[in-house]
Design a protein around this ligand. Structure first.
Ligand code: ADP
Ligand code: MG
Length: 342
């Protein structure tokens, strides 16, 4: 497997208004060629800064960036074999869609016929063949997003950097674009480095995900590994809903310092399942469409457990105040190391 992007001990420190911000701290990461890699983390965790250091828009305070094995740490953006799709799309408002898409070819001095032909091909690819003569203001948000994508892809980058490219779209359109973007990435075989704070988006689109927390890369893993075997409490709680149990409660259930159980792995005991691990009282009950999420306060103390019940099995969810028994398989418990430092 060829490594497309390699980050070595990469850090970025900002000084502003007398404060020091460690935006990115000692990140080590190898992204494979052809991979759909996502940088996931809450707002302010360093995702954009990291992406901009790959693109060359921010110089690292220390550490190295290599692309296709070549150290590009000191290279300006325009000589790197990468391109960026920005969150706000940054289209030129006075230019036609065609000229926006063809822009980077024009800058490079490619002749008009060639760049017009290529721009039409790219607009075809993002399914906007009929909008070439319009201006950006005459397009919907989703259409502008596609134009930004076409414009970034026309220069045939080996690596495409995407900073929350779907953030401005409403839910339905965002889900549609997730599918299209993933399909496009597969068919082109280009390495995508994709930034999002949305765990659902990250889980559904990525080959691998790197989770950022306060400038540090907490874990790099496939979506499945991240979800089922989070390395830290932070990852467990940021990626999906999690019961993270500590201290005496973790001792009781798992003979460990800290353990995680996903809510959908806990079931309510019935006649076929007569010996619950925990007995408790139902508190809050929430309807999510596909499932019910209930909170159960254990009789023997500790924090309340979140339990997700598939909607088809429970026409009516257990009511608040009801006593229930809960159980789960041994394999549903994931012991967290170093989990107390959240
Ligand atoms: P994210 O993209 O994950 O939301 P950013 O990389 O934008 O996070 O920011 C990481 C941290 O660096 C934040 O605390 C942010 O306020 C700070 N930061 C980002 N850019 C600058 C800058 N130009 N000057 C000072 N601080 C900055
Ligand atoms: Mg950002």
């Amino acid at each position: 497997m060829t490594v497309a992007v390699s980050l070595r001990d990469l850090s970025c420190v900002f000084h502003s208004a007398g404060k020091t911000v460690n935006a990115v701290s000692h990140v080590n990461l190898d992204i494979d060629a052809g991979e759909f890699f996502t940088l996931l983390g809450p707002s302010g965790s360093g995702k954009t800064t990291c992406l901009r250091m790959i693109g060359g828009f921010i110089l690292p305070t220390s550490g190295h960036v290599a692309i296709n094995g070549q150290d590009v740490t000191q290279h300006p953006p325009y000589v790197r074999p990468v391109n960026t799709v920005f969150q706000d799309y940054a289209l030129f408002p006075h230019m036609s869609i065609l000229d926006n898409v063809a822009y980077s070819l024009m800058v490079r001095g490619v002749d008009r016929n060639t760049r017009t032909r290529r721009a039409h091909e790219l607009l075809e690819m993002v399914q906007l063949p009929d909008l070439a003569t319009r201006k950006p203001a005459q397009l919907s948000g989703g259409q502008r997003q596609r134009v930004a994508l076409a414009r970034a892809l026309i220069s045939e980058p080996q690596v495409l950097l995407l900073d929350e490219p779907l953030g401005a779209l409403d839910l339905k359109l965002r889900e549609q674009m997730q599918t299209e973007l993933k399909a496009l990435q597969r068919s082109l075989g280009i390495t995508f480095v994709f930034v999002t704070h949305d765990q659902h988006e990250a889980l559904s689109m990525s080959d691998r995900i790197g989770v950022f927390n306060q400038g540090r890369l907490e874990q790099v893993a496939t979506p499945g590994e991240l979800y089922h075997r989070p390395a830290t409490r932070f990852v467990a709680e940021f990626v999906g809903a999690a019961n993270v149990l500590l201290g005496a409660q973790a001792q009781r259930y798992a003979n460990a310092q800290a353990v995680m159980i996903r809510p959908e792995f806990i079931r309510i005991c019935d006649d076929a399942d007569p010996s619950p691990r925990v007995k408790g009282k139902v508190g809050d009950v929430q309807f999510f469409g596909a499932f019910w999420r209930i909170q159960v306060q254990p009789d023997d103390g500790g924090v309340a457990l979140l339990v997700d019940l598939p909607v088809q099995y429970f026409a009516n969810a257990p009511a608040a105040g009801q006593q229930v028994g809960l159980s789960w398989d041994q394999s549903a418990m994931h012991v967290l190391d170093g989990a107390t430092q959240s």
